[in-house]
Write a protein that binds this ligand. Sequence first.
Ligand SMILES: C[S@@+](CC[C@H](N)C(=O)[O-])C[C@H]1O[C@@H](n2cnc3c(N)ncnc32)[C@H](O)[C@@H]1O
Length: 396
Amino acid sequence: MQFCPWWAWLSAIEVSNMKKKKKRLFQRLADRHRGEGVAPLCEHFGQCGGCMFQDIAYENQLLLKRDYVNGLFEGIAEVDSVQSSRPFRYRNRMDMVAAFGKKGLRKAGFYKFVVDIESCPLMQESSNEAFIDLREILQEVEDYDYLKHEGYFRYIVLRQAMFTGEVMANFVVSKRENRMEKLLEPFLHRVHSSSMILSDGLADLSFGEVFQTMKCGHITEEFDGIKYRITPNSFFQSNSEIAVQMYRRLKEHVQGKTLDLYSGVGSISLFVADAASHVTGVEVVKEAVETSYINKTINDIDNVDFICADALDYMKEHSEDFDSLILDPPRSGMHPKMIKQIRDMKLDKIIYMSCNPATCRDDIKALEDYRVESLEAFDMFPQTPHVESIAILRRK
Ligand SMILES: C[S@@+](CC[C@H](N)C(=O)[O-])C[C@H]1O[C@@H](n2cnc3c(N)ncnc32)[C@H](O)[C@@H]1O
């Protein structure tokens, strides 16, 4: 097997948007913390673009991420450690490409190549076993050449709710027809939900229109008694063990009338609802807001509402009269005009959850009248360079 070292992975297309400075920082930190290194668990490591740090002991990965976060936040705040996760078998979702006679993940750094994955140690047990079987069952189905835009079968998407164990298997195809129905009949008892998804455009998408529900159409995850319905296209946090710890931490800081900006499918709003007098979630994606309302209904929670709007537009009209503010923006962080709106709210405290500490740091710097009261880091994605954080900001 040709070995593609982690630093080559770093220069991969998948991370090409990683700023050069960040890349150099990660290189230095990985060298510092590799120690003697460990044998990668997965035979595809080095080729597959899914992991990067399997040759670094997990405790050292945590030190690496701690130093990375502290480097970014130097002079602003410091974390003592990074909250650990189970190092493998944590992922709630994996999108396996079907192309060029293979089923797997893209080769590190090469969008045009697919590594034929037999089994993935990041996936939870049941969804991984389902994937192993599906490779076999569906091997004769014509796959989709995403370079020539010819063919049929594009993705197998496996999702698993960690706390309920429910598994979903979806099949993304380029034509509104189900060529797999007969083949899948003996398999479907293995999963809670299974759907056919149409993705007929040139864009390489693993989501689209659900044109046939073969079984159920959703799975349910549960965090501390709050149920979340996960439908084929809906977003959900990738590591439930870490997500619930982060939500618990957010909840400790919530009180009164609460605004949850960038609310996704309403997961945070619903989780913190019993600590607040009322929660308003604001999210720009209509389907996500619809799912939020389903989640509100199945949990029978009254004091939460969801608004489908651009967060900045909402803030221009409604930023007054809130006691708590939760921010969980996309990786790109917040617009400078949003920073101004938030400063104008003059809240005592801001709760900022982030999947990108670099943009979080930039936003915090821009929120000039706030200081970081506490900063915590969480390892949502072991074996990869990603790290999540929660900052509690206090008005100076
Ligand atoms: C990091 S996710 C937050 C997910 C959610 N808080 C959760 O824990 O599941 C960021 C969310 O912001 C939404 N978003 C992106 N830009 C937005 C905007 N300008 N206004 C409102 N929502 C936006 C995205 O659709 C996405 O759901």
